[in-house]
Design a protein around this ligand. Structure first.
Ligand code: SF4
Ligand code: SF4
Ligand code: FES
Length: 332
């Protein structure tokens, strides 16, 4: 199969960038990584990219195809070119380019380190033998444990684009992997750290990280789970947490979001900004505070609210119980 592709080349010594066209023959089963190997072997040996396992395990071969991050070894080239499309291959975003398709992963690892990506055991539960955790408890962090540190989510994170210090989807997903681990004893410290400036509340919920993650980790969902933990621990000092609280309070009270409470509760200073208030009013965002909307089936909304609160409480109790199966039950 004849394949045409264009690759953004970057020369670190001069800072020059150029979009170069290539045409190679590959088998019908070839992946993008196989195709780059052919380009490097037969056309231009100076092309730089990373690879190792060739089977979606090592996380080395992250790059962009037509502006979206993928693992090159997971991407079938035929799926891209069969309609005559010529793909543009470039380095991942939000990370400095070292050469061609190779990025500097140091900022990625620094953020990983910042979330303490290791178990801090509950020493109050230290036992003579190993702790055994139920499958059910491990299922809570199953998705987050699948991360291969490829950086595809970070590449497409639009919050990181405007704030390079944002912890980002990969590090926060890793954070939840330990927040949700029944054996970990540093939950509160972790939640405090992840809710500081540049932490979870800076996520814009664009969901690009979920869309691009090749392993189904769904980092945005992990961020939401951390948010729920922070909220249930009563850590409401951040505007993001208070914003979530207004949703909680107002849906319980009226079945709707009380927009008149949203700004004053989330950001009291902003609420005193007359110009902003006028803009809100003109946009129809200030309903009569004396006659708030009420959902027709408010009792059902409240029942739903109660079910969710009970579920949250049970999940917290389970987490506090920690390693919840004793050895006899686990059959050891
Ligand atoms: S959902 Fe949040 S973390 Fe994920 S890419 Fe968007 S801004 Fe980044
Ligand atoms: S969360 Fe997904 S996209 Fe992000 S680093 Fe891990 S495996 Fe890669
Ligand atoms: S080469 Fe290892 S994930 Fe692609």
């Amino acid at each position: 199969m004849k394949v045409e592709l264009k690759i953004w080349r970057y020369d670190a010594s001069t800072g020059d960038r150029a979009l170069k066209p290539y045409e190679v023959d590959v088998s019908d089963e070839a992946t993008l990584l196989d195709t780059l190997d052919v380009v490097k072997d037969k056309v231009d040996g100076t092309l730089a990219y990373r690879k190792s396992c060739r089977m979606m395990i090592c996380g080395s071969c992250g790059m962009r195809v037509d502006g979206g991050a993928v693992l090159a070894c997971k991407t079938r080239i035929m799926d891209i070119v069969e309609d005559g499309h010529v793909p543009v291959i470039s380095a991942m975003g939000n990370l400095p380019i070292v050469k061609d398709l190779v990025v500097d992963m140091d900022p990625f690892w620094q953020k990983m380190q910042a979330v303490k990506p290791y178990l801090e055991p509950r020493l109050d539960r230290a036992t003579e033998k190993e702790n055994i955790v139920t499958q059910e408890r491990m299922d809570v962090i199953h998705k987050e444990s699948l991360c291969i540190n490829c950086g595809c989510c970070v590449s497409e994170c639009n919050s990181m684009e405007s704030d390079p210090d944002f912890l980002g989807p990969a590090a926060l997903a890793k954070g939840f992997r330990f927040v949700g681990d029944a054996r970990d004893g540093a939950t509160v410290e972790r939640l405090e750290r992840y809710s500081e400036a540049h932490g979870i509340w800076d996520c814009t919920r664009c969901y690009f990280c979920n869309e691009r993650c090749p392993k189904g980790v769904d980092p945005r969902d992990a961020i939401a789970k951390i948010g729920a933990e922070i909220y249930s621990e009563g850590m409401l000092s951040d505007k993001g947490a208070r914003h979530a609280q207004v949703f909680d309070m107002s849906t319980r009270a009226t079945g709707y979001l009380l927009e008149t409470a949203l700004v004053p509760y989330t950001d009291p200073l902003k609420a005193m900004d007359v110009k902003f208030a006028m803009q809100m009013a003109r946009a129809g965002k200030v309903p009569n505070p004396l006659k708030p909307h009420r959902a027709r089936k408010l009792d059902e909304v409240r029942k739903l609210h109660k079910v969710l609160k009970t579920q949250e409480k049970d999940a917290r109790a389970q987490k506090r119980a920690g390693v919840s199966v004793d050895r006899e039950e686990a059959g050891s």
